[in-house]
Design a protein around this ligand. Structure first.
Ligand code: MN
Length: 272
């Protein structure tokens, strides 16, 4: 039995039956009100985050990033369904936390936007979410070896990394978090952590700000590569990663110093 795999979903299955997803919308469904206009720079930053994640190898043709509306906690922004490297400010849409679009322009949101809405609903401290299939991370959702903090930039992993196994509650599926029930289950598995792996799929990384969520997504991928290398170099023996006290001290630095990486990454994608 692995340490953090979420086996709790079945216990809550009854409560999901009463949950009424509204994400499907409908021809006659009213369009929810916007949380209000935001500065263009907010939309440009979300688009930049999308392109940064592609530039850093965290997302490819798939994956997405979102940000909570700065003035309306029950709304969030993310791109229309589009390859992340192509996203510009004009592609950003606004959604309710049930992932219903606050517009009626015929644009499609991502199939897995429910990941974002339900995490924002469950975690008032989270203001940005990244979902990716970053390749070095996926193995750690498949095996019993837990993903651990290998170095200071990935200190946020030291709190433990849960694994969401969609099969446990929903049986055989297409693996996508494609409705609010599945989003609720994923958010429950994430709990108060910064990162949650998704078995045979990918992962999510969250943060108190857009730059910090991007930072954590990037360094989750880097950490997975380092851990895989350390495992190979060490022949499967002991790995001297960060201890809890070291991680707490290092993460406090990352919250400030992470902005240095953000400015560099923005420049690389022409958004400085
Ligand atoms: Mn996905």
């Amino acid at each position: 039995m692995r340490l953090f795999r979420c086996a709790c979903e079945a216990a809550f299955a009854g409560s999901f039956a009463a949950y009424s997803p509204t994400g499907a919308g409908g021809a006659s469904a009213p369009v929810p009100a916007s949380g209000g206009p935001v500065d263009r720079s907010v939309l440009e930053d979300i688009a930049a985050a999308s392109r940064i994640l592609a530039d850093q190898g965290v997302v490819d043709g798939f994956g997405h990033v979102s940000m909570r509306h700065p003035n309306a906690p029950d709304r969030f922004f993310m791109s229309r369904a589009l390859a992340p490297a192509l996203v510009t400010a004009d592609d950003i849409m606004e959604f309710t936390l049930d992932s219903v679009a606050c517009e009626d322009k015929g644009r499609s949101g991502f199939l897995e936007r429910f990941i974002h809405g339900q995490i924002f609903k469950a975690r008032p401290d989270v203001n940005a979410v990244v979902h990716s299939h970053s390749p070095s991370v996926i193995p750690f959702g498949l095996v019993d070896a837990p993903l651990r903090a290998m170095f200071h930039n990935a200190a946020f992993l030291s709190e433990g990394v849960p694994v969401f196994d969609i099969f446990e509650q929903f049986g055989a599926t297409d693996m996508l978090v494609g409705n609010n029930d599945k989003g609720v289950a994923l958010a429950r598995c994430l709990g108060q952590h910064s990162v949650c792996l998704m078995r045979a799929h990918g992962s999510v990384a969250v943060g108190p700000s857009l730059p910090m969520a991007v930072f954590r997504a990037v360094y989750t991928e880097v950490n997975a590569r380092v851990q895989t290398a350390a495992t190979l170099v060490g022949g499967g023996g002991r790995i001297a990663g960060l201890n809890g006290e070291e991680a707490a001290l290092a993460d406090a630095v990352n919250l400030g110093a992470g902005m240095r990486a953000w400015e560099l990454w923005k420049k690389r994608v022409g958004a400085a």
